[in-house]
Design a protein around this ligand. Sequence first.
Ligand SMILES: Cc1cc2nc3c(=O)[nH]c(=O)nc-3n(C[C@H](O)[C@H](O)[C@H](O)COP(=O)(O)OP(=O)(O)OC[C@H]3O[C@@H](n4cnc5c(N)ncnc54)[C@H](O)[C@@H]3O)c2cc1C
Length: 460
Amino acid sequence: MANTGVPVKAMRETALYLSGFQKRDLHGLNLAYDGTLTIDRFMHRGRAVRQDLNQWIEANLERHHVDVHHGRATFVDAYTVRVEDETEPRLLEAGVILIATGSTPHRPSTIPFAGPGVYDSDTIQHMERLPRSLAIAGGGTIGCEYACLFKVLGLDEVRIINSGERILPFADSEISTMLREGMESLGVEFHMPDFVERVDATPALTLQLRSGKQLEPEALLVALGRRSNVAALRLENAGVWLDEHGQLLVNEHFQTNVPHIYAAGDVIGGHALASTAMEEARMAMDHAFPFGGRFRLNDITAGLDSTSGVGAFLPIGIWTIPEISMVGETEQGLLAKGVAHTVGRWRYDANPRGMLLAEHWGLLKLLFSLPDEKLRGVHVIGDNACELIAAGLVAMTLGATCSTLIDTCFNYPSLSDLYKYAAYDAMGRIDRGDVYRPWAPAQPPLYPQKTSSRNSSDTP
Ligand SMILES: Cc1cc2nc3c(=O)[nH]c(=O)nc-3n(C[C@H](O)[C@H](O)[C@H](O)COP(=O)(O)OP(=O)(O)OC[C@H]3O[C@@H](n4cnc5c(N)ncnc54)[C@H](O)[C@@H]3O)c2cc1C
């Protein structure tokens, strides 16, 4: 993460700062970037933060007396790893092994990555100068983050080509629809559902789409998922199995089919986030060394019901503009599972702090199961979404209900107060019977898209 995600986040902060994006509407200023910066200067802050982070990680490893061997690791057998470095190979033996080799961008063979102007999510960080127009294949996390970043930086044209009907299909559909609207208002254009069928990189970049359209962007970013780094490991020497997609199989303790060999992070797939990777690795090592840690995960979760295990509540943060974050169930997930529930929403522009920020896109959406009124999902779009999620995440981990949030006193004026008002909104819906019950006769959708992002008129 320090080497991939952090520079992108730093670029985003720099882009927001340079463009005056956040302040523009408030103060009537327009500090638009004039396009004269090179990408190298633009990456300055990212490099500095990455260097600091890497130094901090190295110091931390040293402080914990961890021996670090730089080089490429391959399995010799189930207890021995060979490390090839610049000098001589070393053999390391261990009773417990954790595979955390991460992932690399998927590069479809049909795309000429050697051609000028063709990038993946790793190489785009080394682009020499900003293009005027950029096409992005893929409407997932990386594609959407880069699209917002480059549009805010002042590129004339940023287009996303996405094969699905929705960007970020794993997100709550109301939030991903709002995000698309937010991105469109920045000027990002969408071609979806559509597909990049052919790319010609010489003499100029030409994309042939399945719909028959042809695009001629100055640069192409391919963000079509990532692949686990397993090929070089020689897992067969350790007897570790992969599934038919080349994915490492692990159980709930992150053990592979060879019980003392664990795997965590991007290499096992899933949401491929640094936060999740660190938590998985911690849980894996907690299982491998049950009496080794001072703080035991099970101590924290002891006494919670079976649905509130820590692994069930891994948050997702996406640094698009507007930012989004989520944890737990989505509304479509609860509907698909036939879980009785209701929704509570509150918009930033009906919250004093949100008004100060003038955050037009902001919304907090809470999902409560019924009849227990437990918090099952938290979805945020808008400024500081990735921070604001934390209150909901802790509340869910501790088994909070709608009343817990109503009974909590939040700072004023603060975005956290959105939790209280979204909970009031949910309570109002429960009182009015505005809830989804799987056993009820078929009825029209409860929350039509056009009005869904508005707050209930039921103010407390
Ligand atoms: C552009 C971008 C933006 C992102 N933004 C975010 C974000 O905002 N928030 C977030 O939570 N996540 C983000 N991520 C995802 C995050 O970076 C990854 O989920 C995280 O780094 C995964 O950690 P990991 O330890 O599993 O793998 P990695 O961090 O990839 O580490 C794996 C390491 O293993 C090494 N390795 C591979 N094979 C071998 C081998 N055979 N021998 C020895 N070493 C080997 C690799 O060189 C690498 O150093 C982003 C990713 C990208 C690409």
